[in-house]
Design a protein around this ligand. Structure first.
Ligand SMILES: NC(=O)c1ccc[n+]([C@@H]2O[C@H](COP(=O)([O-])OP(=O)(O)OC[C@H]3O[C@@H](n4cnc5c(N)ncnc54)[C@H](O)[C@@H]3O)[C@@H](O)[C@H]2O)c1
Length: 257
């Protein structure tokens, strides 16, 4: 048997990318569309979802922008129902939307803790919960989750975020085990420091100090590099990979640098 990875790796597939209006979500939505998928761009801010969908359509692809709050069950149910009604099914879900609040446990309020856990972790539960019946209808499918290296090991001052992302990693494994016999694969990405709107507020000097201290390889990870990994995992070339953690971090997790 030969396994090939082509630019049409997702031809005829239907994909949802949450947080698809920006950063890694945008890059992945573009990559999925270029690989032949019809893509639903689910984002809290409608304008950014519409802008990415327009980019895809302009390039000859098919996309549907939707305004969705991933932390709300009713929104996630509507996302799945609308995808089914518009494109006729679902093959790939990328649970990518997230926020990255800072603070120690004594700094943050209970409301801030809840908001972070709802947007970064509960959203993944909701995405899986409401997408899996659609994937089962198709005889299988792929779920990708975006965690981050802080989900493997935290840094100081990121208590809620690191906790949520650690939860995403084990939820990925749980889903992989529970639905493997339905031919549903579930994997998690752990990017390091990626150049996106989420990190653009970090002063360049602080960024360079962080990367210089913790990241062995020089350079800043680009969203398209994460999208390329997501595309590989979404496609048939990865058909035997499930329940795994994919670290893309310039060597940060290799050891103490
Ligand atoms: N940038 C990094 O260095 C980095 C590193 C590791 C992991 N991550 C994770 O990767 C994912 C993507 O991050 P990014 O850097 O591309 O960020 P980004 O801010 O560029 O994009 C995130 C998108 O999610 C959307 N979003 C936020 N809350 C939402 C909600 N409740 N409902 C729907 N959409 C919502 C935002 O509007 C935005 O479009 C996040 O889960 C983030 O935690 C980021």
């Amino acid at each position: 048997m030969t396994v090939t990875m082509t630019m049409s790796a997702l031809q005829g597939k239907i994909a949802i990318v949450t947080g698809g209006g920006s950063g890694m979500g945008r890059a992945t939505a573009l990559a999925f569309a270029q690989a032949g998928a019809q893509v639903v761009i689910a984002n809290r801010t409608r304008a950014t979802a519409e802008a990415v969908a327009a980019e895809i359509v302009q390039a000859g692809g098919q996309a549907l922008p939707l305004s969705v709050d991933v932390s709300r069950g009713e929104d996630m149910q509507r996302l799945m129902q609308t995808t089914l009604a518009h494109f006729g099914g679902l093959d790939v879900l990328f649970n990518n939307a997230g926020i990255s609040p800072s603070g120690t446990v004594t700094d943050i309020t209970e409301a801030e803790w809840d908001e972070c856990l709802n947007i970064d972790l509960k959203s993944v539960f909701l995405g899986c919960k409401y997408a899996i019946p659609l994937l089962q209808q198709r005889g299988g499918g792929v779920i990708l989750n975006n965690a981050g290296t802080f989900g493997l090991k935290p840094v100081r001052g990121k208590a809620a975020y690191a906790t949520a992302k650690a939860g995403v990693i084990n939820l990925t494994r749980a889903v992989a085990l529970d639905y493997a016999r339905d031919n549903i694969r579930c994997n998690v990405l752990c990017p390091g420091y990626v150049d996106t709107p989420l990190t653009e507020g970090v002063p360049p000097a602080d960024r360079d100090a962080f990367l210089g201290q913790y990241q062995p390889l020089r350079g800043v990870i680009q969203p398209a590099e994460v999208a390329a990994l997501a595309l590989y995992l979404a496609g048939e070339a990865a058909r035997m990979i499930t329940g795994q953690v994919f670290v893309l971090d310039g060597g940060q997790q290799a050891g103490i640098f």
